[in-house]
Unconditional design. Structure first.
Length: 96
């Protein structure tokens, strides 16, 4: 994912899909963590991303500091909430 200036700021790890409409509802981002150790999942509403074919990437109008401060879940929290797209996990994404 890129910021408005074209700087790479994070990776998109997952794209949960809404079951009935079959549309992506949010992107799950990660910021330079080592997989499985201290991994944190930052969801971002899909509507906040724009694909830029010239840059071959998704652009978000928020800077990295804002994205890193967004609501996140670690692996244990995510499992306890039933996984992506369910219950409190899905509702909290749109809180920021």
């Amino acid at each position: 994912m890129l910021d408005a200036a074209g700087n790479r700021i994070c990776d998109i790890d997952d794209l949960p899909i809404e079951r009935v409409r079959g549309e992506v509802i949010y992107a799950i981002m990660s910021f330079g963590s080592f997989p499985g150790i201290g991994e944190k999942f930052h969801p971002l509403p899909w509507s906040m991303l724009d694909y830029d074919p010239g840059r071959s990437g998704y652009v978000v109008s928020l800077d990295k500091a804002v994205l890193e401060a967004a609501p996140y879940y670690d692996v244990l929290e995510l499992d306890a909430l039933g996984g992506p797209g369910r219950g409190a996990y899905g509702r909290r994404i749109f809180d920021y």
